[in-house]
Ligand binder design. Structure first.
Ligand code: GAR
Length: 204
């Protein structure tokens, strides 16, 4: 299945998808970054994947940025759009255009801690567990139906960095797994709910 991956930074989740791509039947046809200095762009080039930079600083509005992003993505005609550390809020127009095809990974146990600084927020709240969520992207920020989560224990010695590092290891496992479900046609979004093998995904 042809996919496009959107990044903003290090791209370690992108790397994990690249490493698993053969086994999960994913052909990444382009990696797009809003950040010209994202290290993930180097990872893509090393894997011979086409890269595009769409710098948000060159746009005067979110709408115009997302329109250009949409145009670039459509050139590749992807069946899946994978957000892998893409740190931008997408407009409802963009999301609705690709609804059901956009996946995101978020470093918290959603619905806890949408947005930024999730590790610090979990520590500040004294949480004993933290985790990662993979979800379908809908217009509500980090609010789309959850597909899968993985919990990790929070240790008393943890700081935001150690927590982020430990969680990333889990991200690198869970994201290819979910993408594989999608490429196998087992995962669908219907009426704002996620289904695996036609069964509603219920996480609690
Ligand atoms: C990951 O922890 C990912 O879950 C998070 O950004 C990091 C990107 O790391 N995404 C978000 O916070 C999205 N709201 P990476 O560039 O090494 O994959």
């Amino acid at each position: 299945m042809i996919g496009v991956v959107l990044i903003s930074g290090s791209g370690s989740n992108l790397q994990s998808l690249i490493d698993h791509s053969k086994n999960i039947n994913l052909k990444i046809s382009c990696v797009i970054s809003n950040n010209p200095n994202a290290y993930g762009l180097e990872r893509a080039k090393k894997a011979n994947i086409e890269t595009k930079i769409l710098d948000h600083n060159e746009f005067s509005s979110r709408e115009s940025y997302d329109n250009s992003l949409k145009e670039i993505i459509e050139k590749f005609n992807p069946e899946v759009i994978i957000l892998a550390g893409f740190m931008r809020i997408l407009t409802a127009n963009f999301v609705n255009h690709f609804l059901g095809k956009v996946l995101n990974i978020h470093p918290s146990l959603l619905p806890k801690y949408p947005g930024l600084h999730t590790h610090q927020r979990a520590l500040d709240a004294g949480d004993k567990v933290h985790g990662v969520s993979v979800h379908f992207v809908t217009p509500e920020l980090d609010g789309g139906p959850i597909i899968a989560q993985k919990q990790i224990e929070v240790y008393s010695r943890d700081d935001a960095n150690s927590l982020a590092k430990r969680l990333l290891k889990e991200e690198h496992i869970i994201y290819p797994k979910v993408v594989q479900w999608f490429t196998e046609g087992r995962l669908t979004l219907k009426d704002n709910e996620a289904y695996l093998d036609k069964k509603l995904i219920c996480l609690d």
